[in-house]
Ligand binder design. Structure first.
Ligand code: ADP
Length: 506
């Protein structure tokens, strides 16, 4: 843009100077012709006055020697051509209307005309002797001289304009580069460094310009602020991390404490029983020979000891289920068949404590295949069914249903199974600890609080998740999400249910 503007200004300036030069050149040519004419007029008038007209003709002839003079023509008082400076062009000289005008008025006349095929600038002047006009003479200078001057002037001005243009552009580029581009470059470098996260970078703008100095100050102030904010954020993050670590540590300690308390409680009770019964057995040993019925009491005590030991072994097994790393024996499992088989297996447990019946209704899914460990999945459904039976002391219905549409999460499809009952439901306060180890609301001896945590662990090991919720019209629903396995060709889910049931009966 700058180049364009400078170019236009220089061209207009050059054109203006050239025009001025043309005016000056033209004026100087006029002056020159006029000077020649005046001199010639004085000489001719003197000759005419002295009656030496033949000398006047010689003078006119001698004018031909001057290369800058095209022609000199002498006219009589009647307007006839008396003499021309060059015989060759004599025939061409006509009586121009200006000659009459000069003879009538006595004023000089200027004109541009063609003589001898050449454009000339001519002046016509009267020759006076006293008050009478003796004749007129014309002196003409070729325009080619002035044209040559014009051309030279044009060349010179064009050259000077071009030179000035180049110098101005060079200076502008130099000044821009030094006083604008360099500071901007430095500011850009600073901005890029801040963008990369290098907040220690400070700019030093190489310029004495006031605006750039201000920009440098503002930029560095911004960098200081950013650095301070980053340091504050880092400090706060460290504090938060430390707090989180401490919190996790204390949560960890709390859960270990809860676990220890649970184990102590669950295993402590049977151990107490074992201790008391073992002491009784020992005492019975000492009086073995003289006590009637002691053998029977011993047998009862030992049976109780064995039951309690089995209970401890069960708790330990469940604890191990919760803590040990799993090695899943994954096979394609049809949940329809697995659930039906599990319900059949639990047939004897579908009676409540007060002898009422629990009816199980299963709504199979047309394609309920998952890739999983059969035994572990059976354990999950067994836990959920037993819990539901416990939640319905007066009997009722238990539904095992599937959501028709499979759920999609992170690009995977999940089969959704729901175990719902009509029982007591879950106390809202218990939701947060429902899946904690040893959380139970059941009486001592009937629940140890490991069923749900173990079930959750198994489902999560399969890549799924389990949720608990209360039903709108009473009872609770446990929802299991398990990743779907591709259906096995040729095997119908419903036929598998039948065969599983048959196996369970056998
Ligand atoms: P446990 O059955 O030995 O108590 P669980 O971990 O299986 O241990 O269950 C923990 C608790 O969750 C139960 O004591 C009970 O309070 C609650 N619960 C589980 N299933 C149900 C259900 N279907 N209805 C109501 N409460 C339930």
């Amino acid at each position: 843009m700058l180049t364009l503007v400078v170019g236009v200004v220089m061209t207009v300036g050059g054109y203006f100077i050239l025009h001025q030069r043309e005016i000056v050149l033209e004026q100087s040519m006029r002056n020159e012709v006029e000077a020649h004419a005046r001199t010639l007029q004085i000489a001719l008038e003197a000759m005419y006055r002295a009656g030496r007209e033949s000398e006047a003709r010689e003078l006119i002839d001698s004018m031909s020697d001057n290369p800058r003079v095209s022609a000199v023509v002498l006219f009589s008082a009647s307007g006839d051509v008396i003499k021309v400076s060059d015989q060759l062009v004599a025939d061409e000289i006509k009586f121009p209307p200006e000659v009459r005008h000069v003879l009538e008025t006595g004023d000089l006349a200027e004109s541009i005309r063609i003589i001898n095929n050449e454009e000339v600038f001519s002046i016509l002047m009267p020759i006076r002797v006293g008050n009478t006009r003796q004749g007129v003479f014309e002196i003409a200078l070729p325009m080619s001289f002035i044209e040559a001057d014009y051309a030279r002037a044009r060349r010179e001005i064009a050259l000077v304009t071009l030179l000035l243009f180049v110098i101005i552009i060079f200076v502008v580029v130099l000044v821009t580069r030094y006083s604008i581009l360099r500071p901007i470059d430095e500011l850009l470098r600073g901005a890029a460094a801040l963008g990369r996260g290098n907040l220690d970078y400070r700019v030093i703008v190489p310029s004495n310009d006031h605006e750039f100095a201000q920009l440098e100050n503002e930029f560095n102030r911004m960098a200081n602020n950013l650095e301070e904010q980053r340091n504050n954020a880092l400090r706060e993050m460290e504090i938060r991390l430390k707090l989180e670590r401490e919190l996790r540590q204390s949560e960890h300690l709390a859960s270990v404490g809860r676990l220890a308390a649970g184990i102590a409680h669950e295993i402590g009770t049977p151990l107490n029983v074992i201790e008391v019964r073992a002491e009784q057995v020992l005492r019975a040993e000492q009086v073995l020979n003289d006590q009637d019925g002691s053998l029977e009491r011993r047998r009862r005590n030992i049976t109780i000891i064995i039951t309690q030991v089995e209970r401890i072994a069960f708790i330990v097994r469940q604890l191990l289920n919760l803590a040990r790393p799993y090695k899943l024996q994954r096979v394609p499992v049809d949940l329809n068949a697995l659930i039906a088989g599990t319900v059949d297996m639990l047939e004897t447990k579908l009676k409540t404590s007060n002898g009422s019946n629990v009816i199980v209704e299963i709504e199979p899914h047309e394609s309920a295949w998952v890739n999983g460990d059969k035994e572990l999945l059976r354990q999950v459904f067994s836990n959920l069914i037993v819990n539901a039976v416990h939640a319905m002391p007066d009997g009722g219905k238990l539904w095992i249903t599937y959501a028709q549409n499979k759920v999609e999460k992170d690009g995977k499809h999940f089969l959704v199974v729901q175990v719902s009952d009509h029982g007591t439901g879950i106390n809202p306060e218990h939701f947060s600890s429902l899946f904690d180890p040893f959380f139970t609301t059941k009486d001592v001896g009937s629940g140890i609080g490991l069923g749900l945590p173990v079930s959750r662990r198994i489902i999560e090991e399969h890549g799924g998740w389990i949720e608990a919720a209360n039903n709108e019209h009473g009872g609770a629903t446990f929802t299991i999400h398990l990743p779907v396995a591709p259906r096995i060709a040729g095997e119908s889910a419903f036929s598998t249910i039948v065969s599983e049931k048959e196996k369970a009966i056998q």
